[in-house]
Design a protein around this ligand. Structure first.
Ligand code: TXA
Ligand code: MG
Length: 311
């Protein structure tokens, strides 16, 4: 049986025990809930893939409690320093060269010479990583190719009895995953738009390349991801018969990502509303146009993946 528990000193030590015995724990972060395991333990990492039914070529993000801890596993440069100062802890992940003797499981990085590292801002994630003292590998806590969870109930619905413990930290604040930026080359590449916008990043380190999104470097960036079970139609002016209408801004619709047209609010509501609609007996989901700036880029990216039917 899965236990869903609010954070307490007892739950913290229970979580640490599970992690050190090679088990997984579902934890809240400020973006989405993560399925966490000891990033230095190959068997524990393998368990993540098994539980998520995730293809093993898809590398995982390594969660640390401080930039200092992250620096013991990957090679920082000026750009990483600047971005860390500006946005960590927070919803941005850096892909950097890993030190060859780093203790991180190679399974977690799918055998790559690089590692994706991030420092989550959620107090529960922070406290757990600090208490455990080793970094945690944590993909989103849902079955592969389904909508990422933004509450403990979502995790339970997706992974149910496959996990021993879900720590309940409430509805997540950001609601979409972290931005992933590849810093291993002369020009930084955004591999996945997310909680920190491209505009925010450019204000700190200048030009970044967006062309490699969904790209080669992140084999996990599959087109079909975050998918509800019914077809989705994007940039729709109005719903067709049998469709639910997901709106944005002041308009008539079934669910509204942000009646006031606020992109941060829309990101926070996106996965939750997709789940709510998916649970109903409908022919499809029509989605109103969402602006393509700021967090709108991450929202449009997730919608596009959700709307892709093949793979
Ligand atoms: O907000 C988030 O980032 C959430 C929370 C739980 O922290 N985590 C998350 O992890 O979204 P996951 O595993 O669902 O997504 C990780 C993405 C994958 O698409 C993977 O391809 C990419 O990160 N990735 C991981 N390591 C990489 C590497 N070394 N090079 C390129 N891409 C990498
Ligand atoms: Mg995911």
């Amino acid at each position: 049986m899965v236990t869903i528990a609010s954070f307490s000193p007892e739950v913290l030590s229970q979580a640490c025990e599970l992690l050190s015995s090679g088990d997984v724990v579902a934890i809240p972060t400020e973006t989405v809930y993560g399925l966490a395991a000891d990033a230095t333990n190959d068997k524990a990492v393998a368990k993540i893939y098994a539980i998520k039914q995730r293809p093993e070529f898809n590398p995982l993000i390594i969660h640390c409690h401080s930039a200092q801890q992250a620096k013991s596993y990957v090679q920082f440069d000026k750009r990483a320093e600047k971005l860390a100062d500006a946005f960590w802890p927070g919803p941005i992940t850096f892909v950097l060269k890993r030190y060859p003797d780093s203790a991180i499981s190679f399974l977690a990085s799918s055998g790559l010479e690089t590692l994706a590292v991030r420092i989550p801002a959620h107090p529960v994630a922070q406290a757990l990583i600090k208490a455990y003292s080793k970094p945690l590998a944590a993909p989103s806590a849902n079955l592969s190719q389904t909508i990422s969870p933004t509450s403990a109930i979502d995790v339970q619905a997706s992974l149910g009895n496959r996990v021993p413990l879900i720590i309940d930290g409430g509805q997540t604040r950001v609601g979409v995953e972290s931005t992933i930026i590849d810093l291993t080359e002369a020009i930084p590449h955004i591999l996945r738009p997310g909680g920190i916008s491209v505009e925010q990043i450019q204000a700190v380190i200048g030009t970044v390349d967006l062309s490699r999104r969904a790209g080669i470097k992140a084999p996990g960036m599959m087109a079909r991801h975050y998918a509800p079970s019914v077809p989705m139609r994007l940039n729709a002016a109005a719903p067709l018969k049998g469709e639910l209408f997901l709106g944005f801004g002041s308009m008539d619709c079934d669910y509204n990502l942000s009646p006031s047209g606020n992109l941060e609010e829309a990101a926070a509501n996106l996965f939750r509303m997709m789940r709510l609609m998916d649970r109903q007996n409908i022919a499809g989901i029509a989605v109103a146009p969402i602006p393509k700036h700021g967090l709108g880029l991450a929202i449009n990216d997730r919608l596009m993946r959700a709307a892709t039917r093949e793979e």
